[in-house]
Design a protein around this ligand. Sequence first.
Ligand SMILES: C[S@@+](CC[C@H](N)C(=O)[O-])C[C@H]1O[C@@H](n2cnc3c(N)ncnc32)[C@H](O)[C@@H]1O
Length: 429
Amino acid sequence: MSCPRLAAAQCLTAVAGGQSLNRQLPVNEQSLPNQQRPLYRELCYGVLRHYWTLKAALKPCFAKPLKRKDLDIEMLVLVGAYQLRYTAVAPHAAINSCVEACRTVKKKWAAGMVNAILRRCQRDGDELFANLPPAAAVSHPQWLYQAIKKAWPQQAEAILAANNSHPPMCLRVNARQGDRDSYLHALKDSDIEASPCDFAPQGVRLHAPQPVSRLPGFAEGLASVQDEAAQLCTTLLDLKAGQRVLDACAAPGGKTGAILETEANLREVVALDVEDGRLDRVRDNLQRLGLSATLLCADAADTDNWWDGKPFDRILLDAPCSATGVIRRNPDIKLHRRADDIPALVALQRRILDALWQCLSPGGTLLYATCSVLPDENEQQVADFLARHSDAAEAPIEAAWGQARPAGRQLFPAVDGPDGFFYAVLHKR
Ligand SMILES: C[S@@+](CC[C@H](N)C(=O)[O-])C[C@H]1O[C@@H](n2cnc3c(N)ncnc32)[C@H](O)[C@@H]1O
């Protein structure tokens, strides 16, 4: 019999073993009928959001740590405890199906233990979840908790809370095919509640997430799913007819589409990414929008290999980063990212930035963007770049969103608001 709790525990086992949530979710979902899939997804996301809290709170319940091969049992316990602690599900349903799942995976020995732990969690939950270490209490790994606290003492509490919240679903209305007001009407006609985003001119925030198949004209390219923060890139690029534009780390193509929608008469848009498989997604996205770009698979920093020597008027570098601004959309980041990943990412960003600078025409603009909240990848990266390049000047971003920094502008993830993002506009003299 299919069991969404068991499927979730198996997905979480793979994620805890290093697999990405986005890749793994559809794998374990396959065994489930359609009506069980929303619960399965909710369990996977919910456990990952509260993972560090659940782990710390339940630690005293395990007589000794489980063996690696029994990670699925630990994940079943987390699934059950998540339901008991954070959802309104009837406790016996959560407990019984997790106990039953032990038998399904032929680990009868674990059934009694899982039953005892979940019953204790039901009985003594308030005690178990009280007085956790500060990082565990807000469900973050210690290093990330400290990094956020250190960088943003004023905003840390709100950032940490936003990281554990459900993200809003935002759309970008395709400016080539219609205006935002008309699309809001079309949504209303489809009984989908939505409001305009605060800062992105084409942005719409849905009051509840929807399958894209329900969105009016989605298949025809009338709208795309994209957070408000990511949409801001086109405003900052200041696109004009006749320009040659490079989207240097383009996959899956969210911003490539936004660029092409914003200015219909660009000379050429080159969308580059190092991962061939991810470029297929750029192709699919542009096809749905009825737009086209020159797609290249290459390491952006290795310009000898891909650049034709003709300068670009605009370059968007949406750099590979820690993704610490989009944790609420990708809660597995809290398991996978390590403190020592950051220096390697900073070095990669620096290498790409320096290489792309030579591809920019004098008078041109490079927009540096990340979905990170860590200053080393953002304002510090840009400050170091400006110190190395005497022909570079930063144009301060005047905006109603985010916070001006010594270099660039930082957006923080906010509950029901935008993702965490960083932007810096660099002009070449
Ligand atoms: C933040 S994502 C880009 C998201 C994309 N701009 C969008 O809006 O849909 C970063 C991308 O950089 C790519 N990447 C990483 N290292 C790269 C490199 N050296 N050269 C080119 N692309 C790279 C990754 O494959 C990934 O697709």
